[in-house]
Design a protein around this ligand. Structure first.
Ligand SMILES: [Zn+2]
Length: 418
């Protein structure tokens, strides 16, 4: 059996027998019987010998968290091109939006499809970048329909000083949309956060103002940082491809950035918050790694397949983790990734040289990821007393020594529906 057989018994309990139970940060357990009653895990035990023929050749894991996505692009069947140089890829994104006469409707459709795809692949909590209030409403509705949770990080963009006030107002209005009781109760919900887009698109005063608002309101923040060599050059020298790009859009003002700026300046400000996501961090160097090792509440979000799509130099995720920094995994969007499977992101990381086994990396898409979004990490484990929310992957491996390789090669994860 390579799929799970859901077996309700006369008591109304549901029994699942799986070849492996893989919980984050724990040794895998072989041949486990999971008994579920009223949607909660009632018992976990070894499958009795006489029931072994009924074990499904699957590995069961808790549902996943995808901390970074832009679901509006989920209608795309292939990433936008060219992947390099990066400013040309951004031009493709702008063109994709501006050439659509019904962009708002298309974005809503993308969000709906993206959430469906995410749910089918086992995601139960998503960190989403919302570019309009319409997108926020769509996300909220679709999260309710899917009965999963999410954080709507409202994207704010404005490199010119003249845009700062309007964008700060947008941020405040977005956060005021939080209704009473819209908190982290363990029930599906949408939390509101802020996303200053990136250092090349956000005036330093806008960035600082947004972090101050987030600090006062305890809103989570996500910002793209140290994504490309071009961004590093822009910050350091105010030169390079980003200057050409910004000039072509009439957005360049040499006075906005201070010479010698590095991503550390942004990371230090983010560290004033209770929690924040530094998305990408592809070019974080020793100074950022050292700082983040002392500030694990600022989590780095590595998007492995997007990173590969853009052909960056190796990501410092292992140096960050060994130093004690928090590293999570995200999919980014279908504009730079072939799909929205966060399990495939984990497989891609687990297959890298010197990577820890899957079960030790699993917190990057479950427990630690949930905590970084402000949710209870205890919910993202298959354990007695928890609501049973889990995924399965085909896995016929019969020995723990070969399990990691089998999981890295397995097919995509699917949500287990009771
Ligand atoms: Zn992104």
């Amino acid at each position: 059996m390579t799929s799970i057989k859901i077996e309700p018994d006369p008591l109304g309990e549901t029994v699942i027998r799986c070849a492996w139970l893989v919980n984050p940060g724990e040794a895998p357990r072989q041949n486990i019987r999971i008994t579920i009653a009223d949607g909660k895990v009632l018992e976990l035990c070894q499958v009795p010998a006489d029931e072994l023929p009924r074990v499904a050749a699957v590995a069961v894991m808790p549902s996943f968290v995808n901390v970074h996505s832009h679901l509006e692009f989920s209608r795309l069947t292939a990433p936008l091109s060219p992947s390099t140089p990066f400013p040309d890829w951004i031009r493709s994104v702008i063109q994709y939006r501006s050439s659509d006469p019904d962009a708002e409707q298309s974005a809503a459709d993308g969000i709906r499809r993206g959430l469906q795809e995410s749910c089918a692949a086992g995601v139960r909590l998503v960190g989403e970048i919302s570019t309009t209030e319409g997108s926020v409403s769509t996300l909220r509705r679709e999260l309710e329909n899917a009965q999963i949770s999410g954080v709507s990080f409202r994207e704010l963009i404005g490199l010119s000083a003249e845009h700062v006030d309007a964008q700060l107002n947008t941020a405040v209005e977005h956060l005021e949309g939080t209704v009473a009781g819209d908190t982290l109760s363990g029930e599906p919900c949408m939390v509101r956060g802020l996303s200053p887009h990136a250092p090349y698109s956000v005036h330093p005063e806008l960035f600082e103002g947004l972090v101050d608002i987030a600090g006062r309101t305890k809103a989570p923040v996500a910002m793209h940082l140290a994504e490309t060599v071009d961004e590093m050059e822009l910050l350091r020298d105010q030169s390079g491809r980003f200057v050409d790009f910004l000039q072509s859009l009439n957005l360049w003002d040499r006075q906005v950035l201070v010479p010698g700026t590095t991503p550390l300046r942004y990371v230090e400000k983010l560290a004033q918050l209770e929690r924040a996501l530094a998305v990408h961090g592809n070019y974080f160097g020793p100074a950022e790694i050292e700082f983040l090792s002392r500030h694990p509440h600022v989590a780095v979000v590595y998007c492995p397949r997007t990173h590969a799509y853009f052909g960056h130099t190796p990501h410092p995720w292992q140096q960050l983790q060994s130093a004690g920094a928090t590293v999570l995994l995200g999919t980014d969007s279908r504009a730079s990734n072939p799909d929205l499977s966060v399990w495939k992101e984990l497989q891609s990381v687990a297959g890298q040289k010197n990577a820890a086994p899957v079960w030790e990396l699993l917190p990057m898409i479950t427990t630690i990821a949930a905590a970084a979004l402000g949710f209870d990490k205890q919910d993202f484990a298959v354990k007695v007393g928890n609501v049973f929310q889990a995924v399965s992957v085909p896995c016929s491996c019969d020995s723990e020594s070969r399990l990691n390789a089998a999981l890295i090669r397995s097919a995509d994860a699917t949500n287990i529906r009771l």
